[in-house]
Design a protein around this ligand. Structure first.
Ligand SMILES: [Mg+2]
Length: 431
């Protein structure tokens, strides 16, 4: 292995990974969800891995992007943004599209580019770290903590996918009421030691979700609780929920859509508001922060443009006295490792991060990452500190290749139509 850091090859591997029937305000997760695994190989023979969204529009951009990387240096991280800017994006197509019913916030050509850049940035950092024999957190300036805390991500869910569509078996069971949510929370604590809980709401009428939060508070007294309806509520409904359970919430996440509505809710209640919907780009920060619309930003290195952009976001939050934590979409161990490395370097990360990882029974790593007491230990192994199982990767890629196209783009509303014909993404606010 030499230290020649020239990028010799880039490999893109779209995969489909098993996903349980988790509910949100748009519908239900499909049996399989797309992800893109990115491998950067240096002339010195070092491979680095990254991961990002795998829907068609991300793949369409990743391919010409990858073609432009050969011959560049793996340590030229700033250059990745220049390369991305040179790749054409059909802006009209992106901006008119509704991505997973709006769960991923505003859609712009720049955000699409950043979502792709992030996967390459992580792959380059992994390769660079391996070549230099340094962990990624060291490349980011060094860790300020030895373990990163994650929260249990509770979901209303069906026992199995509608219509018996095959997927990987799982033993989480059904959760459609307060008792089911509390039982799920207990499983999370038993299996992973989590001490804080986030409930994905916006699924049932607010009173039912208020009851679930109360049941959690009773079952886990004093533990941090969050509720995230993905903007499904009007301002008056948000205020009513805040009045009823605000006192037992660590924060309320995206109760209503848009910065003006969030500002109205924030101004009328003392409950901190968190977001991964109204602040998902640097352009959205100014209005939200000057109107005091959000008190915690949930960063996501995938759409913010990578680990170093996440650090920049955290610095802006610190400047404005806004808290920072981490959002999660369905992801695998490569991204969990990346999240953990950057979270380890952010001094003002004072809330447990979200992660879907416990829901993913499949991974592309030789060894799964484990939570101990709800925390992931920050590894000092070079790069991300993970190893990819190529056989596993090939298997999940074959599933993607053999798919008839129904699951290559995540569509929670389509999955819902299997049980509820005629279901479409609900108009917001639902309540
Ligand atoms: Mg959210």
């Amino acid at each position: 292995m030499s230290r020649d850091l020239t990028i010799a090859e880039v490999r893109l591997t779209p995969i489909l990974v098993a996903d349980p029937p988790l509910l949100n305000t748009q519908g239900v997760h499909q049996p399989y969800t797309p992800r893109l695994i990115i491998e950067v190989v240096t002339a010195g023979g070092v491979s680095g891995f990254g991961e990002t969204y795998g829907d068609a529009k991300y793949l369409e951009l990743a391919e010409p992007f990858a073609e432009r990387l050969a011959g560049r240096q793996v340590n030229d991280l700033n250059g990745l943004f220049t390369v991305a800017d040179a790749v054409a994006v059909d802006a009209a197509r992106v901006e008119n599209a509704v991505d997973v019913g709006g769960l991923r916030g505003v859609q712009t050509a720049d955000k699409l580019r950043l979502s792709v850049v992030s996967g390459f940035e992580v792959a380059c950092l992994d390769a660079l770290g391996k070549a230099l024999e340094l962990p990624v957190h060291t490349l980011l300036g060094g860790k300020v903590r030895d373990a990163v805390e994650y929260s249990a991500y509770l979901f209303y869910k069906y026992a199995a996918h509608p219509a018996g569509v095959p997927s990987e078996p799982e033993d989480w069971g059904e959760a459609v009421d307060p008792a089911g949510i509390v039982a799920q929370a207990r499983k999370f604590t038993e299996r992973h030691g989590f001490t804080s809980f986030k409930l994905k709401g916006g699924v049932f009428p607010p009173d039912e979700e208020i009851a679930a939060i109360r049941a959690l508070a009773e079952a886990f007294p004093g533990h941090p609780l969050r509720l995230d309806p993905n903007g499904a509520w009007s301002v008056p409904t948000s205020l009513k929920v805040a009045e009823e359970v605000g006192g037992i919430l660590e924060y309320l996440e995206d109760p209503t859509l848009g910065t003006p509505g969030m500002a109205e809710v924030a101004g009328a209640t003392g409950v901190p508001l968190a977001t991964n919907m109204c602040v998902t780009t640097f352009a959205e920060i100014k209005e939200a922060f000057t109107r005091d619309a959000v008190q915690v930003v949930l960063s996501d290195h995938h759409y913010w443009g990578g680990l170093r952009n996440t650090q920049q976001l955290a610095a802006i939050c610190r400047t404005f006295g806004v808290g920072v934590s981490m959002h999660s979409n369905t992801h695998l161990g490569i991204s969990l490792a990346a999240m953990t490395h950057v979270a380890a370097t952010v001094p003002n990360l004072h809330h447990a991060c979200d992660s879907h990882y416990p829901w993913q029974s499949e991974d592309v790593l030789t060894e799964r990452i484990t939570f101990d007491g709800g925390k992931v230990t920050v590894t000092d192994t070079p790069g991300l500190g993970i190893e990819v199982d190529r056989d596993r990767l090939a298997l999940l890629h074959r599933r993607w290749r053999d798919d008839d196209g129904t699951m290559r783009d995540r569509d929670d509303a389509a999955a819902m139509r299997v049980t509820q014909p005629g279901w479409t993404s609900p108009a917001m606010p639902r309540w």
